[in-house]
Design a protein around this ligand. Structure first.
Ligand code: SDX
Length: 393
């Protein structure tokens, strides 16, 4: 379980790390952030409070929460020149390409907080990243739709501020629907951390070399983009649109079972969960709340999703392989209903997961035994041999 494995040549290598942040029991479908069940936090907490919990290990008292919240609110602005950065991209650039490019460039603007050996600089960089990711993400969206950037407002909470920066336009007043703001905040909570997944491991590995925090988070964004990982929410909605109607579900289910067909049911299965992803349960409830609030009662994609889930949960093939819906299955339908294009789904995932990446990065740097990461390999290539001159080949 600890990822310790031994090869014939007799060397052992641990492919795991110790952490106190997030616990997953894949067989039981349990997810705890610092010991607190994800559904309890999604129901009762806020993303800012969960961010504090992941970073500090304990739920904040009133003063601690107020202080942390204020700190984040006062770091949401971006350097004026940074805004020019977006204008170098083509309008049709994928927002994740913009995120990878711009977040890495933060180290060129905030170099007073890149010294990872200075604990104070690490904290400042952490606060800056958590606070500025919504502003950067909203700008990536606004730039893609050709609308002017909307500045953050300090009087607004994290999720409301983000939705306003995405959907407000100078031509009229804009008030964020509090139901949608609460749903957005809950979606951020669900995506905040998830133990040593591919992108978090990428951030840890990059951080272990001493790279600056902004570069490490940019590496995490790049890894999250893959359709097998964070890109699955975009891929899941694209799959539902391709299925289009419940009558076509059997055709796609058959393809998912066909070993010769690379097609996978996007939003199903998981490296760790062999039970229902606890986040997917909350995501499904949130999906219904958002669709009801928006009066979207007959979304054909929701009908396809519900029927596909029902079939998959009853089909012996999927039952035997323990394939359940994961967090990405319902998030796409919800985000699309809220007004986001599919290209923004993984951006929202990255925005939320920045908190988990930073908590894990900080934990790693504070571990005195930490060394640079160096995954080992099992060499299966050619044994030593002599060079062959070109005229002899
Ligand atoms: C995320 O790691 C994390 O924590 C990630 C994440 C996070 O919060 O950071 O939870 C976020 O990435 C969620 C997962 C999102 N990805 C998808 O929804 C893409 C679709 N899912 C598959 O690509 C797949 O399930 C993976 C990549 C997620 C896991 O692949 P594995 O490790 O191969 O899954 P497995 O070992 O449990 O597979 C068992 C069998 C295999 O078949 P056999 O080799 O036994 O014949 O089930 C098959 C797989 O081929 N299988 C699927 C399937 N997922 C696995 N068959 C059809 N459809 C699928 N979705």
């Amino acid at each position: 379980d600890a990822g310790v494995f031994t090869y014939d040549p007799g060397f052992t290598s641990t492919a795991s790390c110790e952490s106190q942040i997030t616990y997953i029991d894949g067989d039981e479908g349990v997810l705890l952030y610092r010991g607190y069940p994800i559904d309890d936090l999604a129901e009762n907490s806020s993303f800012i409070e969960v961010a504090y919990l992941l970073l500090h290990g304990e739920l904040p008292n009133k003063d601690e929460l107020k202080g942390f919240d204020q700190t984040i609110r006062y770091h949401t602005m971006l350097h004026d020149q940074f805004d020019q950065f977006f204008r170098g991209f083509r309008r049709d650039a994928h927002p994740m390409a913009v995120m990878v490019g711009t977040v890495g460039a933060l180290s060129a603007f905030y170099h007073d907080s890149t010294d990872i050996n200075d604990p104070r600089a690490r904290v400042i960089a952490s606060h800056r990243m958590i606070a500025k990711m919504p502003t950067i993400a909203a700008r990536a969206y606004k730039y893609s739709v050709g609308q002017p950037f909307v500045s953050p407002r300090n009087e607004l909470d994290f999720a409301t501020n983000f939705l306003r920066m995405c959907f407000a336009v100078p031509a009229e007043d804009f008030v964020v629907n509090p139901i949608l703001s609460r749903a957005m905040d809950r979606i951020f909570i669900l995506h905040a951390d998830h133990e040593q997944n591919a992108s978090t491991s990428t951030v840890r590995l990059a951080g272990s070399s001493g790279a600056n925090p902004f570069a490490c988070i940019a590496a995490g964004i790049a890894s999250l983009w893959g359709p097998a990982h964070g890109g699955a929410n975009e891929a899941a909605l694209t799959m539902l649109e391709e299925i289009g109607d419940v009558s076509r579900i059997p055709e796609f289910v058959a393809r998912a079972k066909d070993k010769n067909d690379p097609f996978r049911l996007m939003g199903f299965g998981h490296r760790v969960y062999k039970n229902y992803d606890p986040r997917a349960k909350v995501m499904r409830t949130t999906c219904h709340e958002v669709l009801n609030e928006l009066g979207v009662t007959n979304d054909p994609l929701l009908a396809v999703a519900l029927e596909l889930e029902k079939i998959a949960l009853e089909d012996p093939y999927f039952v035997e392989k323990k394939l359940y819906p994961n967090i990405d299955f319902y998030s796409g339908i919800t985000l699309r209903a809220m007004g986001f294009p599919t290209s923004m789904f993984t951006v929202l995932f990255a925005l939320a997961r920045t908190v988990g990446w930073i908590a894990q990065w900080t934990e790693m740097l504070e571990d005195p035994s930490q060394k640079i990461g160096r995954p080992r390999q099992l060499f299966t290539g050619s044994p030593e041999r002599d060079y062959i001159p070109l005229d002899k080949r």
